[in-house]
Each structure stands twice: as C-alpha cells, then as structure tokens.
Ligand binder design. Structure first.
Ligand SMILES: Cc1ncc(COP(=O)(O)O)c(C=O)c1O
Length: 379
C-alpha cells in the first residue's frame, strides 16, 4: 500500500536540475568535464567573502537573525528603498514559490511565459490554482502585451522573467512598465531579474526603481549568478511592503542561513571586483556569439550569462545528437528539450578556457571546422 499524498503531486511537473559533473564523468568514463549547464559563475566567491564564511562557522550553534536585519538594511541602501521593502529568500527561487503560496488559491490563476524559468509551472499545481502559460514572441522574448491581455479577474499573480531564462532575451523597462500600467493595481506582479547583472542596456535597473513606488510589484534578484554564491542560496526581493509582508508570513522563520546572510553582505561591499568579473562574462558572451555566427549556428542574442542555440543546424555529422556528443567529450550543456526548447542547447558563458572547450566540441560534434576566436580583453 502506498502512502497517501496530496492529489496536487499528480499535476506537479518535475523540476530537472542539470546533470552534475560527477554524473557525466561516471557515465562517460571521463577524467575531466566542463560544466556549462546551470548558469553558474565561473568564479569562486571573492576571497573576502570566503574569509567571512570561514569566520561564521564558529557561530553555527546559533540560529541566524530571522529578519536578516543587516543584509536587508544593506540591500535597502543599495536600492534606495526602505528595509520594509526588502525580503530575503533561500535563493530567489524560494521567493517565487512563496509568492505563489501568498497569492494563489484554488480557482485563481497565475500568468507566466512559456518557455520561461522552470520553477514557474510548479506554482499553480502546488497551490491548487491554474496556470496561463503565454507563448513567447517571435524573437524568443516575452510577449508582454499578450501576458497583460491574459489577465482577468481570476489572475492573482503575473511572473515576468527579464531577461528570460532559457532564451536570454531582455525586454526594455518601458515595455515592462506598459504591462504594469495595463494590469490592476491590486494584482501582484513579480519581475524576476536573476540575470540583471549581465544586462548591458542603459535602461537596466529602471524596473527596480518602479518597485520602490508601485503597490503591487516585487523585483527579485539573486546572489547566485554574478556574486557566485548559488551554493549558499540567497536571493532577495524589493518592492511593495504588502508583498514583502505576505512573503514574511508564509516563509519559515530562518529561511536564509547565517553563512548566506554574512556572505551576501560581504559580497555587496565589493562592487568593483564584481563588475570586473561581469565584464569577463560579457566579453566571453560576445566571443561565443561571434563564433556561433561564424559556424552558421542559429542562436538567440542574449542579455544573460547563457546562450540558447540550435543543436543541429544544417550539415551535422551523423550519429548521436549534438548534446550527447558534447557530453561524451566532457562538455556539459543543457539539452533544450528539458527546458521547453527541443532542438536547441543552452550553454552557460563560463571561463574562457571552458567556452573554448565548448566551441571545439560543438564544431566537432557538427563535423565542421572550429572557428578561430580570440579571447577578448574585457573593456
Ligand atoms: C530566471 C531565474 N530566476 C530565478 C532563479 C533562481 O535562482 P536562485 O534560487 O539561485 O536565486 C534562476 C536560476 O537559475 C533563474 O534562472
């Protein structure tokens, strides 16, 4: 006899994390593999952050500050907001899940794009609600007009992923603002800016300034990407105090751990070092894009730390698919099929040598000569 579990589980899609390096090494009998599958930073945490984490070990017999006062105050200052406009999560992923819990009931609806971040489709089944998944526009970006048009009186939450994962397309702040103007002021909107640090457009950051004023907006960001702290799990939201309070009521008391709080606080103190690292990623993103163009591979121009590209354009070598051939060569990228983008691959922009390994393996997998590329000096 099996244990009786919630009927909601039957409707719940499985979140599939990327393959780990250990899994690929074992499956293909390899000694080395490069992992470009989970949009992680190629850089370890800053040395000052590592020191703070080491120092924090001695205090782990104590619970963390449940209100994370120091980190919330620092984030509030950084974004010109008040501490009651800042909420922390065990990764921004948790904040998104908590927003579902805080806003959805049976009979209500959540609007999100499709394909978009793989956690969004969990919200409706987890909360007994329905999802309205709005297809992307022709350019692989969010169709914000269609998302706004999908809103009716049953909708309680709209999720806007900008730039969108897995496509990397960025929507201008004006366009996001138009969606905010088009929906009722009492409808919760989350703008998920997990990849904000990699956007090099002049209007990046404008939606965050709207979050300080709008009564229904929460902008989420994360320390997982540019700060290189995904292993510690810390993300945050800035926005309407009513949404911050709603999340605070449904979260578990100590949702961000002591080391995560300390590490994030320290990481915020080194904007220059972080900007240097981001510049390397952007230079590498441009190099990858140039090389893919030289290979005649279709890809979506990205404002994030990953690129979505065609798996098998034109003249491939016969045999197993390009994704499998990359794995066999020790290059782990994400098969688009698991992200709602069959026939494509999502490659994270990694360290220069890892990106070069990807380009060499990708060219080989397709049976075409490797394009010459030069590692660029970051601007
Ligand atoms: C669009 C988007 N939002 C949120 C997250 C969650 O990040 P974390 O929970 O590590 O902050 C990710 C992670 O890849 C993401 O791609």
């Amino acid at each position: 006899m099996s244990v009786r579990t919630s009927g909601r589980l039957d409707r719940l899609p499985r979140y599939e994390p990327g393959l780990t390096t250990a899994e690929v090494l074992a499956a293909y009998g390899l000694e080395r593999a490069v992992k470009l599958a989970s949009n992680e930073s190629p850089f370890p945490p800053l040395p000052e952050v590592e020191a703070v984490v080491r120092a924090g070990l001695a205090g782990l017999n104590r619970y963390p500050d449940s209100a994370a006062r120091a980190l919330r105050a620092a984030l509030a200052e950084r974004h010109g907001a008040r501490p009651d406009q800042v909420v922390l999560g065990n990764g921004s992923c948790e904040l998104i899940l908590l927003m579902g819990q805080a806003t959805l009931d049976p009979g209500t609806t959540v609007v999100h794009a499709d394909p978009s971040f793989a956690v969004y489709p969990l919200l409706a089944p987890l909360n007994g609600a329905e999802a309205l998944a709005v297809p992307l526009a022709e350019d692989d970006g969010l169709d914000l007009e269609a998302m706004a048009a999908a809103v009716d009186e049953r909708v309680r939450l709209v999720l806007v992923c900008n730039p969108n994962n897995p496509t990397g397309v960025y929507r201008a702040a004006d366009e996001v603002e138009r969606l905010l103007d088009a929906v009722p002021e009492d409808l919760a909107v989350v703008v998920d800016e997990a990849y904000f640090d990699f956007v090099d457009r002049p209007d990046a950051g404008r939606v965050m300034s709207l979050a300080r004023e709008r009564p229904n907006l929460l902008v989420t960001r994360t320390f997982s990407k540019a700060h290189g702290l995904c292993g510690l799990r810390v993300g945050y939201g800035v926005g309407a105090p009513a949404l911050v309070e709603a999340i605070d009521r449904v979260r578990q008391p100590f949702n961000t751990n002591a080391l995560a709080q300390a590490a994030a606080l320290e990481s915020l103190r080194h904007p220059g070092a972080l900007a240097d690292r981001v510049r390397v990623v952007l230079a590498e993103r441009a190099r990858l894009a140039d090389a893919l163009e030289a290979l005649n591979a279709g890809f979506t121009p990205s404002q994030a730390n990953f690129i979505l590209l065609e798996a098998e354009p034109g003249d491939d070598a016969p045999g197993p698919g390009v994704h499998q051939r990359l794995l066999a060569n020790g290059v782990i990228v994400r098969d688009g099929a698991s992200l709602g983008c069959a026939g494509r691959l999502r490659v994270t922009v990694g360290a220069p040598e890892d990106n070069s390994a990807f380009l060499a393996a990708y060219a080989e997998a397709r049976g075409v000569p490797q394009p010459p590329t030069t590692v660029r000096t970051p601007p």
